[in-house]
Write a protein that binds this ligand. Structure first.
Ligand code: AMP
Ligand code: GLY
Length: 419
């Protein structure tokens, strides 16, 4: 079987590595991939959003299955385009992908179907949004409606800062179309949990829970990033919380999408906050999370390709999705300066003995050597039968990797240990 994967980060590395465990897989092509993915797949010089160029390659290379992972090609309707040509795909179509690509759509859906989330209002006019700030107490949570590379959320106590960012989004259009509408939300507090789920639009099978660490600095300080580390499972997601999430959030979301005429097929990501009033949705993603996937797939025992194809063929009901009882910890190594400006092009050294625990995210291959090419360069896994041992293992492993300016958080998993 020949598979075409769209994307090129650590998440895609983890997915492709896992797919390779199935022996019916012959070739995997990845657009654009990265220097590390080269080990498992043929990387193509085609960007993740160049859908028509991808289609041309797919038609010429006997592709049997297409996996679309990043948010932007999903929002552009990649799955609709490929399905129209008769291809079997993993991922939601454009209408279903709105659950991530439009925060206003997602919030309205939750309101209509009584799915617990922060209270909110949607604004398109700066003056109206500004008077909302005047008349309400902070903290203010401001979110651009569309996809903004994870940068579209601002949380502030300060009225002036809130108004400045509203002006920048609504009038100066710093996020372009994505910021034409802004959602202002109630501020929630509590531990965060990520739950990635396989769904075929009818049935839904959650993967093991996880905890992302979004801030750049230890103890959750500094700027937001694409994610600096993960633990799985998430200790705050106990049986009681899990049952509530299933009944109050996860199943109702699948039903709501069906009732709206846009059944969701693929991986639906629930970003949850466990507040004192119960679990609430912070965000939906229409895809696998990055870096959650890197830890979650490490613990998946079922065959990934079989489960994905069961989603595509609407046969998930009869497919087992099994996870190990182990714990995984994944620590990201970033370039100095990230998430602001950083330099690239540094040689990456990885000890042979831990190669299997390293997931490459932002690197290129040159003369058989890897060089840094992104902000988040790679990540290192630790796995064990307890969380503290998994954390210890990940931190032992990361000492066996280096590149100039390598930065990583020293506290991944510590919050989880308190759970
Ligand atoms: P999002 O892109 O929607 O996931 O938001 C990024 C991060 O901002 C989340 O992971 C939370 O830590 C935080 N956040 C988002 N919405 C809220 C909220 N309503 N209250 C408190 N924190 C929030
Ligand atoms: N880890 C959060 C995301 O993938 O958006």
């Amino acid at each position: 079987m020949n598979i075409f994967v769209i994307g090129g980060g650590g998440r895609e590395y983890a997915i492709i590595k896992k797919l390779k465990e199935n022996h019916i897989v012959e070739n995997i092509y990845c657009a654009p991939g990265n220097g590390g993915i080269n080990k498992y797949a043929t990387c193509l010089d085609i960007s993740a959003t160049d859908i028509y160029k991808q289609l041309e390659f797919i038609k010429n290379n006997q592709i049997d299955y297409i996996i679309v992972t990043p948010d932007d090609p999903l929002a552009l309707g990649a799955v609709d385009i490929f399905e129209k040509e008769g291809y079997l795909c993993f991922g939601p179509n454009q209408k279903a992908a709105r659950i991530e690509s439009s925060k206003a759509f997602a919030k309205d859906l939750m309101k209509k179907y009584n799915i617990p989330t922060a209270k909110y209002e949607v604004f398109t006019d700066f003056n109206i949004a500004s008077s909302y700030i005047d008349n309400n107490e902070g903290p203010y949570v401001l979110k651009a409606d569309g996809l903004a590379l994870g940068k579209g959320v601002l949380i502030t106590q300060d009225k002036k800062e809130a108004k400045d960012i509203l002006k920048a989004m609504l009038e100066e259009k710093i996020f372009g179309e994505a910021g034409k509408k802004v959602v202002i939300e109630e501020y929630l507090e509590g531990p965060e949990v990520s739950v990635l789920c396989f769904t075929d639009g009818k049935d839904i099978k959650p993967m093991i829970s996880s905890m992302d660490h979004k801030r750049i600095g230890d103890n959750d300080t500094g700027l937001n990033t694409g994610g600096m580390g993960v633990i799985a499972p998430n200790p705050f997601y106990n049986q009681e919380i899990e049952n509530r999430c299933l009944e109050e959030i996860i199943k109702p979301t699948i039903e709501a999408m069906n009732k709206e005429g846009c059944p969701f097929k693929g991986c639906l990501y629930f970003g949850l906050m466990i507040t004192k009033d119960g679990p609430k949705v912070i965000e939906y993603n229409s895809r696998f999370g990055d870096p959650e996937t890197q830890a979650v797939l490490e613990l998946m025992e079922s065959d990934l390709l079989e489960v994905m194809m069961a989603c595509s063929k609407e046969e998930l009901k009869d497919t087992e999705v099994i996870f190990s009882n182990d714990y995984a910890c994944f620590v990201v190594a970033a370039s100095k300066g990230y998430p602001d400006k950083y330099e690239k092009g540094f040689l990456i050294n990885i000890d042979k003995e831990i190669e299997d625990d390293v997931i490459i995210a932002g690197a290129i291959l040159k003369d058989n050597e890897l060089y840094t090419s992104g902000g988040r360069v790679l990540g290192v896994l630790g796995r064990a039968n307890t969380l503290d041992k998994a954390i210890e293992k990940a931190y032992q492993n990361i000492k066996k990797v280096n590149f100039e300016g390598m930065y990583y958080r020293k506290d991944i998993g510590q919050k989880g240990l308190k759970g």
